[in-house]
Structure formats: structure tokens, C-alpha cells
Write a protein that binds this ligand. Structure first.
Ligand code: P6P
Length: 344
């Protein structure tokens, strides 16, 4: 890989395509179309506030969350880009109750399906805080040439062929994996291209940042409370007290921890007894990236997120992801407490 020159996303995809035996470029086309939609969303996010695209559309999405204009705009952009690629036969989106199947002749022959959160962190849109798009790509299971089926979308995270996110922050970046490491591309608006800026990202095995909404503290499982106490105690040996950093936008919190080291925790809470984050289009893609970068992602009780067989499109799971040693420490305390109360 010649890193002495600017490498655009498309050049990188094509250069790496040769690593995929029998790859005929379908996945490359799909990733390139996701890149195109990201640039369009970037353009609108970056001028939000100047044009009438902020605020709410006065409707609820399937999550019971108020839909923002930018949510719907991003959803529409990614759906049309994925349909135009001709490689995707269907989508599961946070913004839509059911799967979206593409009936066009070209798309029906698509070998892939996509799960996505078109604009994650909506509560931050109107206050100019980083937000993101999260996507995962799977091979379809149903026969090519026919409509995509629900079974195509309820695959374990280990079946992902690619996953990534776009973070619309101080700069716009696409970070993705196809199972051969994690690479980051920063959008250069002057040329309208995503350019390789973070080659082969490896997340630190340990860290000193923990990300959790401590407003839910009272209802956290006792083991989680013990982990937070562990983070807050002074101990020079293990670099504590840690720093608490929580933006309330999964992509932004994860991206910081991926680069610097850290753990993101969304345990079960009173409001979300099964956890708040969605397995198909938040936890699975983020977990694939975390593992590919040397990190870990579990449900807090030893179950690897990528091994979970989904029951439904919008299924929620408790989510612990980040530096391997931090996730393992949190799990140790959670499992140790459960053994205590079970008298083991
Ligand atoms: P809370 C945004 O709505 C989101 O889905 C994630 O991006 C974020 O990590 C989480 O919810 C924040 O949830 O309950 O802390 O506001």
C-alpha cells in the first residue's frame, strides 16, 4: 500500500478488491455508493441551520422517537444510493418499521442487503454536536432474482461482509472494514473525495475513558455500579481515575474511544430493560469494527455481540464495547456480583 500519496476511497476499494477472490466489484460498487450518499448528507448537515432542514417533522419513527428533518433526508439519500448501486436488494433502516425491498430488475439481482441507522444521534442535530451514519452489509440468503426476505436481515453479526460509519464532526470521516482491518477516510471538501487518513486502525488494548449515561445510574445493574466505582477510584498503577466522556451520539463516542482507547457502556436501564441500542444497525456494525481493530464487544455478561442470532429487526441489546482489557474488567465485576447473589 503506497501511503506516500493521497489515496481516495474509490482507489483504496479497488486496490483492496484484488484481495477478494472471485470478487467482481459488487461490494466495491456498494461501498462507493454509500460514499456518494455520505457526501450528500455531509453537505446538508454542514449547512443545517442555514436552511430549513433542522427541527422536527412532527412524526414519530418506529422507535417512538421524534423524527428530525435530517433523519428523514439521510434515510432517503441512502435508500436511493443503495438502490441505484444495483448491488443491494433490500434495506433495514432505523427509520422504517419493516424491511425495504427493491423490485427493480437490476436491484432484484443484488447479492447484498444493508442494515443502517441513517443518522444516529438525532438529539444532537439541532445543537451542532457530531452525529453519524452506521451501516452493515450482508450477503442475501434468499434466492437472487426474487424479493429480499426478512431472513436475509436476521443474520448473526459474524455474517457481515462489511460494516462502517460516517461521522459528521469537525471533519466528515468514513471508517469501515471488510474483514481485513479498519481504515478511516477523511472527506476533503475541496476535491469532494474521501481520502485515506487513518490506515489500519488498531484500538489501544487498555484505556482511561469510560462513556456511559450516568443519569441512569440508579437503575444500573449492581455490577455496572461496581465498575463505575472502579473507574473513579484513585490508583496510579492502573491509570485511574479515568475520564468520563459521553456525547450521547454512539458514533462520536465510539470513534473517540476507538482512536484513544476507552469503553462505551449502554447497560439495561429502567427505560430500556434490554438495553437501548439496536443490534442490527448499531451494535453489530460497531462490534465488527471494534473486533477488527483489536477491541471487544459483548452484552456485558460474556456473550459476544456478533454471535447473537437476531429475533427481530429492531431488537435491542445491552452494549459494552471498546478496549479489550476495559470490557473484560467490566464483565469480571458484573459476573462476579452475579455469582455473589447466586451464592456461587
Ligand atoms: P441516551 C442516539 O439516540 C443513540 O441511539 C446513540 O447514538 C447514543 O449512544 C444513545 O442513543 C444515547 O442514549 O439514553 O444516553 O440519550
Amino acid at each position: 500500500m503506497n501511503l506516500n500519496r493521497v489515496l481516495t476511497l474509490n482507489e483504496f476499494i479497488i486496490e483492496r478488491q484484488s484481495e477478494f477472490p472471485y470478487a467482481k466489484g459488487e461490494l466495491s460498487r456498494l461501498l462507493s455508493h454509500i460514499g456518494i450518499a455520505s457526501k450528500i448528507v455531509h453537505r446538508e448537515v454542514n449547512k443545517a441551520g442555514l436552511v430549513d432542514i433542522l427541527g422536527e417533522i412532527g412524526e414519530m419513527n418506529v422507535q417512538g422517537e421524534i423524527q428530525k428533518k435530517l433523519d428523514v433526508f439521510a434515510d432517503e439519500q441512502f435508500i436511493s444510493a443503495l438502490m441505484a448501486s444495483g448491488e443491494c436488494c433490500g434495506i433495514a433502516s432505523e427509520e422504517n418499521q419493516d424491511i425495504i425491498t427493491f423490485d427493480g430488475e437490476l436491484a432484484k439481482d443484488g447479492k447484498y442487503i444493508v442494515t443502517m441507522d441513517p443518522l444516529d444521534g438525532s438529539s444532537n442535530i439541532d445543537v451542532n454536536v457530531s452525529i453519524g451514519t452506521i451501516f452493515a452489509i450482508y450477503r442475501r440468503l434468499s434466492p437472487i432474482g426474487h424479493k429480499a426476505k426478512l431472513e436475509d436481515f436476521l443474520q448473526e453479526g459474524t455474517k457481515q461482509v462489511a460494516a462502517g460509519y460516517i461521522i459528521y464532526g469537525s471533519s466528515t470521516m468514513m471508517v469501515y472494514t471488510t474483514g481485513r482491518g479498519v481504515n478511516g477516510f477523511t472527506l476533503d471538501p475541496s476535491i469532494g473525495e474521501f481520502c485515506l487518513s487513518h490506515y489500519n486502525i488498531q484500538t489501544p488494548q487498555n484505556g482511561s475513558i469510560y462513556s456511559i449515561n450516568e443519569g441512569n445510574y440508579i437503575k444500573f445493574p449492581e455490577g455496572v455500579k461496581r465498575y463505575l466505582k472502579y473507574c473513579q477510584e484513585n490508583d496510579e498503577e492502573t491509570n485511574r481515575p479515568f475520564s468520563s466522556r459521553y456525547i450521547g451520539s454512539l458514533v462520536a463516542d465510539f470513534h473517540r474511544n476507538l482512536l484513544k482507547g476507552g469503553i462505551f457502556l449502554y447497560p439495561s436501564t429502567a427505560t430500556y430493560p434490554k438495553g437501548k441500542l439496536r443490534l442490527l444497525y448499531e451494535c453489530n456494525p460497531i462490534s465488527y469494527l471494534a473486533e477488527q481493530a483489536g477491541g471487544k464487544a459483548t452484552d456485558g455478561r460474556g456473550r459476544r455481540i456478533l454471535d447473537i442470532k437476531p429475533d427481530s429487526l429492531h431488537q435491542r441489546v445491552p452494549f459494552y464495547v471498546g478496549s479489550r482489557q476495559m470490557v473484560e474488567r467490566a464483565e469480571d465485576l458484573i459476573i462476579q456480583y452475579e455469582k455473589e447473589i447466586n451464592g456461587k
